[in-house]
Design a protein around this ligand. Structure first.
Ligand SMILES: [Zn+2]
Length: 266
């Protein structure tokens, strides 16, 4: 299997990847920037004009690599510079970083940020439930990478969901009533929530800062299920929204068409 397409690999493959990274293979870390950069070019709006370098603190989370962090936060000089600036914390092996470590990031540009989602009142989003009981996953937000965008960076060759450009911290809502089948860490998807609906379809909400529901919980259409973020394999905050016919990766269908069929236009 191609060692790429982090964003889109089945969970089982992600686990394998994680094991490789944990084992400290330099190759795994080196391979990541290509993936992330490619995703970024498609997923993100134009970057803000270069701003003066700024130092930020970052806390390593599970699944991170220096390359991933460097790409996600636009670290000047990439992962090597990030490593050099944090050798005291990281130690002699740049491919071994641990959750909880505090790194100093020298960002070269202002954080590439999605079009600002109007601080849409969550209440407003809840009111937009369609006649068929469906609603938007986030308030008014532009779409970044569309469904089926092609790219060799994805193992299946295309984007399995649609990306909504929202800042971290934006409330994310279930598009319909259903039962939470997963809430938490999910490889390249970061923290995600997967919900099974009455029609047998599943919706997935990826890269969340954190879910606010747990597996087994019943949710209503428009109910807040998590807070958007930039966890997993991303280069900037956004909501990856996916619709599946089974709980498994690869059974995706067009999420925009799915919502439209239920009276919701995004
Ligand atoms: Zn996506």
């Amino acid at each position: 299997m191609p060692a790429k397409g982090q964003h889109r690999k089945p969970r089982s493959l992600n686990r394998l990847t994680r094991v490789c990274i944990a084992a400290g293979t330099g190759g795994a870390a080196l391979a990541l920037p290509l993936v992330s950069v490619a995703h970024a070019s498609a997923a993100e709006p134009a970057k803000a004009p270069a701003a003066s370098a700024k130092a930020h603190q970052y806390t390593v989370v599970r699944g991170d690599t220096l390359a991933k962090i460097a790409t996600a936060h636009h670290v000047k000089g990439g992962w090597k510079a990030l490593y050099n600036a944090n050798k005291k914390v990281i130690g002699t092996n740049p491919s071994l970083i641990r959750p909880g470590q505090h790194l100093t990031l020298n960002t070269a540009v202002a954080k590439a940020a999605p079009a600002p989602a109007k601080k849409a009142a969550p209440a407003a989003a809840k009111k937009t439930v369609s006649a068929s009981g469906y609603s938007k996953p986030v308030g008014d937000a532009a779409i970044g990478t569309p469904y089926h965008a092609e790219g060799s960076n994805w193992s299946s060759g295309y984007h399995t969901g649609v990306d909504f450009l929202v800042w971290s911290g934006t409330p994310v809502h279930s598009v319909a009533a259903g039962t939470v089948v997963h809430a938490g860490a999910d490889g390249s998807y970061g923290n995600d929530v997967i919900i099974r609906h009455a029609d047998g379809k599943y919706t997935l909400y990826g890269h969340l800062t954190n879910p606010v529901v747990s597996a087994g919980q019943t949710v209503a259409s428009g109910q807040e299920i998590g807070i958007s973020g930039a966890t997993g394999n991303v280069t900037g905050p956004h909501l990856h929204f996916e619709v599946r016919t089974t709980p498994d990766y690869g059974s995706d269908i067009d999420p925009v068409a799915y919502l439209a069929a239920h009276g919701v236009t995004v």
